[in-house]
Design a protein around this ligand. Sequence first.
Ligand SMILES: [Zn+2]
Length: 169
Amino acid sequence: MGVTTYATASQKGWVEVECERCSTRYSCLVEGYGQASDTILPASDDTLRDAARYASSESMKRKAAAVPCPKCGTYGNAHVEKVERQVGRIVFWPSLVVLTILLFAGLAAVAPKTPAWVLLIIIVVAWIAARILANVARRMADPNQQLDANRRLAQERMARGTVRMGPPA
Ligand SMILES: [Zn+2]
């Protein structure tokens, strides 16, 4: 067991984004936070600081990608996929638990003594059903279904001065 060293970095600045639909360029004022740790080799402080700084600039990019295009209201694909993945997870695991419990309870009511393989089938069925529910939820979660609302959101940010058209000035 080595000693773990950490470095953190935070920065605030403008990140330029190009809309994947209409190619409009806009800039977002975002704050990023990053952390780096090292246990294997005693990395130099500079290396850790650089890694933390890199992580914080990546987090700035992710935050800028979470701002829709002020002109057409479109979010980039990476952000859409992230939102859909999150919603899918939120729906999948609770669905799996609830469906498994319901199916087990139903089976126990009908046939109290069931062989183990039937229980396995129940878990598989619950798994598939939860996957289907999660996929439906993912499709409904696509934030590019409400382009007008997205555009309003981006324009509100422009009014607040945290989004501007074109490069950061
Ligand atoms: Zn656009």
